[in-house]
Design a protein. Structure first.
Length: 63
């Protein structure tokens, strides 16, 4: 059965660690595709962080 696993982190290193941990449990032949995306948002409020990053990966795999 084809499935997806979504990962979303604010820091690249955290995303890398989460995805690598998941991939350790999958056989390479079961991985069909991996999609990567970065989103950037600027806050208009002074009390919030000025720029927010979101790093996302979707792993498409066979279970």
């Amino acid at each position: 059965m084809l499935k997806i696993k979504l990962f979303d982190e604010e820091h690249e290193a955290d995303l890398e660690e989460a995805v690598n941990g998941f991939l350790e449990n999958l056989h390479e032949s079961n991985i069909k595709d991996i999609k990567y995306q970065v989103s950037i948002s600027d806050s208009l409020r002074e009390e919030e962080e000025p720029t927010i990053y979101s790093y996302s990966i979707m792993v498409i795999y066979i279970e």
